[in-house]
Write a protein that binds this ligand. Structure first.
Ligand code: GUN
Length: 293
């Protein structure tokens, strides 16, 4: 079966819109974008557009590539102090001359809708409820939960160890009592590890997984986004050599998420859920995630 992130995200966004319409103090997301990376520009534009559609206020602060670290940090401090702004997101990657850790540490953990700050990441690691859950892993979990994919006791293999996806995904799955293996570019016998998985979560950004590397009737969640030689958006799953069409792919797996239309839209819905929560009391919405679908 297909994990239809496009349809589920639509459902979640409609519910968020209803909740936002009831609020007198609207959530307000500030996005800082430094430089002119084309992919980042598209992501930021999508976030702003989605926010507008559901009544969430948004402000995009675009700064030129040459902007100094001090200027970015001062901008964040200004947003931290601004009571109108309930959520702050610094789009990654930042230019090379800026130390991303210094920038992340400047964000007020109460406005950290990405769950990037040490306080929120630390809480996640020790099993406390962070102020916000990390956006992409939360989107993946909503997708798995909606389709009732069993997690407890299952072996989840994550490909990728980034701070944005791989590591927090592992923490959240551990919290749900999965057995978790994190693989990365230096992992030996990757195929053997993938074959052992009940759930594969792939965030490599390269077409490295062939369908038949994965156990028959396992679940495959594709977090990868890259462009093929024709400029078409694709995920990490290279299914062409094994199957004739995506229908056959969806029959091979118990569940599989397509690209586009899988994790991508769920990530945006998850960010909007966090932004809604940013205008509410601590934690309440993040534990009632399932009430949004
Ligand atoms: N760049 C790629 N993914 C993300 C994300 O989830 N948050 C931010 N801030 N930047 C990103």
């Amino acid at each position: 079966m297909i994990l239809d992130g496009k349809a589920l995200s639509k459902k979640i966004l409609e519910k968020i819109k209803v909740e936002v319409s009831k609020l007198s103090n609207k959530p307000h997301l500030a996005v800082i974008l430094v430089g002119d990376d084309p992919a980042s520009q598209v992501y930021v534009r999508n976030k702003k557009k989605t926010a507008e559609e559901i009544g969430i206020l948004s402000t995009v602060i675009e700064l030129p590539y040459e902007t100094s670290e001090d200027v970015v940090i001062n901008k964040i401090k200004e947003l931290n102090a601004n009571k109108e702004i309930t959520a702050i997101l610094v789009q990654m990657p930042l230019p090379k001359h800026i130390n991303k850790d210094n920038v992340i540490c400047a964000i007020d953990p109460n406005k950290d809708v990405d769950c990037f700050t040490p306080e929120n990441v630390g809480k996640l690691a020790i099993g406390m409820e962070p102020r916000f859950n990390p956006v992409t892993p939360q989107g993946v979990l909503m997708l798995l939960d909606y389709y009732k994919v069993p997690i407890e006791g299952k072996h989840a293999v994550i490909i990728g160890r980034s701070n944005i996806v791989g590591k927090p995904m592992a923490q959240m799955l551990l919290q749900r009592n999965a057995t978790v293996t994190i693989c990365h570019s230096k992992t030996e016998n990757l195929e053997e590890k993938i074959k052992a998985a009940d759930i594969v979560i792939s965030a490599a950004g390269k077409k490295i997984v062939r369908c038949k590397m994965v156990k028959y009737k396992a679940t495959f969640v594709d977090v990868g986004i890259s462009r093929d030689t024709n400029g078409k958006l694709t995920g990490d799953l290279n299914w062409i050599p094994d199957f004739n069409n995506f229908n056959e792919v969806s029959e091979y797996f118990e569940f599989v998420s397509p690209v586009p239309g899988g994790v991508g839209p769920m990530t945006i819905a998850s960010l909007m859920l966090n932004t809604l929560a940013s205008s509410q009391d601590m934690g309440i919405l993040s534990i009632r995630r399932d009430s949004f679908f």
